[in-house]
Design a protein around this ligand. Structure first.
Ligand code: AMP
Length: 598
């Protein structure tokens, strides 16, 4: 199994067939594969301080132990933890302590999670294993995609990807986002060779840390090679939608650059300018062709921009599930009938699952768990309203079960034990098992576990909010307007609190329509705690705040300024962050209070 797994780093699997066969092998008999994975992790990190703390000084001979015995010993002695519990250990590593704290091999690189879901960035150990598994899952997913949407060998991939600035921690370790480390790795280069699709932009464009300049150059080079582009990708759908909406404003400059073989003066970073100038040449006929297309597209609000500008693209590929689902509507608008393929499920901590059915609509996609990447456990979650419980607890939990014992239709929180020093680590994502590929479960992403909106006995998650906003914004489409982005806040006052939902809208909408949207959202929360509290007025009427156009860009800029990267960026769907609330309140132009329940 180990030999097969390491084939994924580029030396062994000679073609798609091999990597699919490899996955078929590891996804069969997953109980054994998972125990073997746990054994490898424990052997690799035998004797580290953190494990000693739970195992005591007993020098367990993991290799000789019965696999089931080892698994139950591990799960009975080592506790479930969250990032907060591991933080003191990770901080010591960041500060330069090279003793074997979490791993035997000293950690030299740390990843910063995007921080946009939890509100703060987490430091997470990063090793070569992360890049290797990234390469493996990308190759596997590409093999499945190429069965449905074959691409021309050695074509180009227009990738809207972005690195953050990397920095050194106090102890001299390299820190940056996980995607930044991957784009700079050897595995990123190997991936292009293996899947025979080469990214349009050179590293100098990806790595600058200035997302506006990077986006411009991605578009410029992508259009220069427009006939060679076989697919268009990004890590999360948000960055792709950002890129196309900035194209609506910058297409004339881009056409001018293509005509003259030049780079606009707004690209000020010299390395980036030089790298782009080395690629593009004057091409007046291409420029005038693109100009004609854009003039036509302007009349249809840029519907079908992607297939018109990149006529040979076979599909668009990005994470479109979870908090990205909101951007699907806009993405479909830009892509017309071009297939949208929902990308894999993972986190800075570990990759989790692969999309084996690229032809599925993004709303229906599931992720088959990669059983050699980490040791997975699943905490069964039961919705509170099945019980009489109340308070701020979101779900009733049962004891964690191993991967091989999950059940279809059940919701779980994922727990990870990774090769990089995280032991029984609660990821905080809620998933539902929707079936199996061989024996490995296929997961539907439900939401982040953390409750977003809570005033008193009400409990609403990211998913609940998303459904409510979808319902409320349906009215906008009837009035030729669209919801660009949204977030929320539970406003607590000493008497009663209420929910505030912030909307940025494109298009003109009458006040009476917005009033109706506000009422509709308030009436659409189905959580019994909320409904009861609204009826008794212990939660006040929902408030809808309309913010100026461009406000959510300001929020993006705020996060980027604090070290986030556009590649991993997710707008927080609920915030208590004071700076963000200040931005939102400063740019609020209209406020409505719901008339539901009155
Ligand atoms: P980060 O480590 O900060 O990049 O964020 C990882 C988180 O993004 C995961 O824990 C999920 O909540 C979310 N995520 C990643 N991949 C997907 C996906 N395919 N669908 C939905 N959410 C995802």
């Amino acid at each position: 199994m180990e030999a097969e797994a390491s084939n994924g780093n580029g030396n062994g699997c000679s073609n798609d067939h091999d990597i699919i066969r490899w996955f078929d092998t590891i996804s069969t008999n997953v109980a054994t594969v998972q125990r073997e994975t746990l054994r490898q992790i424990l052997e690799l990190n035998r004797g580290v301080e953190y494990l000693k703390k739970w195992f005591g000084d007993k020098d367990l001979d993991i290799r000789e132990m019965d696999a089931c015995e080892m698994e139950s010993l591990y799960t009975s002695l080592v506790p479930l933890v969250s990032h907060e519990d591991l933080e003191p250990f990770i901080q010591r590593i960041a500060d330069g302590d090279t003793s074997p704290i979490l791993t035997q091999h000293p950690i030299t690189t740390l990843s910063l999670s995007s921080g946009t879901t939890e509100g703060r960035q987490k430091l997470i150990p990063f090793t070569r294993h992360n890049s290797e598994t990234t390469l493996q899952i990308f190759r596997l997913a590409a093999a499945y995609r190429s069965r449905v949407y074959p691409t021309r060998s050695n074509g180009r991939n227009l990738e809207f990807i972005y690195s953050s600035k990397r920095f050194k921690t106090r102890g001299g370790l390299m820190a940056g986002t996980a995607t930044t480390h991957f784009f700079a790795s050897e595995e990123y280069r190997i991936k292009q060779e293996k899947i025979k699709l080469f990214t349009c932009s050179p590293h100098e464009v990806i790595s600058t840390g200035d997302y506006k300049q990077t986006t411009y150059c991605h578009l410029l080079i992508g259009l220069f090679f427009r006939k060679e582009v076989e697919c268009i990708t990004s890590t999360f759908a948000y960055s792709m939608v950002q890129a196309f909406s900035s194209f609506e404003e910058q297409w004339e400059d881009i056409c001018k650059d293509i005509k003259e073989g030049n780079v606009s003066s707004k690209i000020t970073l010299s390395k980036m300018r030089k790298a782009v100038l080395d690629i593009i040449e004057p091409n007046p006929s291409l420029a005038s062709r693109i100009e004609d297309i854009c003039k036509g597209l302007q009349g249809s609000d840029w519907f079908g921009l992607v297939p018109k500008l990149w006529p040979n693209a076979k599909y668009v590929y990005s994470i479109m599930t979870g908090s990205m689902q909101h951007y699907l509507k806009k993405l479909r608008h830009y892509c017309g009938s071009l297939p949208l393929v929902s990308a894999e499920y993972g986190s800075t901590e570990s990759w989790i699952g692969v999309n084996l059915d690229p032809s599925l609509e993004p709303e229906k996609v599931t992720f088959a768990v990669m059983p050699t990447f980490s040791y997975f456990e699943f905490i069964p979650l039961y919705r509170q309203d099945q019980y009489s419980g109340s308070g701020s607890v979101d779900f009733i939990e049962d004891d964690p079960v191993p991967l091989s014992q999950v059940k279809v239709g059940q919701e779980y929180e994922i727990v990870l034990t990774t090769f990089t020093g995280l032991y029984r680590y609660r990821l905080g994502d809620v998933v539902e098992v929707s079936g199996f590929h061989n024996e490995t479960p296929k997961l539907k992403f439900i939401c982040r576990r953390k409750l977003l909106l809570v005033v008193n006995i009400d409990k609403n998650t990211e998913k609940d909010l998303q459904l409510v906003v979808e319902k409320g914004s349906q009215l906008l489409s009837k009035h030729r307007a669209e919801l660009v982005d949204f977030t929320s806040h539970a406003k607590l006052t000493h008497q009663s609190g209420h929910y505030v939902i912030y909307w940025e809208i494109k298009g003109k909408v009458e006040e009476r329509v917005l009033c109706e949207c506000c009422r509709e959202m308030d009436a659409s929360f189905v959580d019994p705690g909320y409904v009861v509290s609204r009826r008794t007025n212990s939660i006040g009427p929902l408030e809808l705040c309309i913010v100026e156009r461009g406000t959510f860009k300001k929020i993006l800029d705020y996060f980027i300024g604090n070290g986030a990267t556009l590649s991993q960026f997710k707008i927080p769907r609920c915030t208590n962050n004071e700076t963000l609330l200040k931005i939102l309140d400063l740019y609020t132009v209209k406020r409505f209070r719901s008339t539901a329940y009155s």
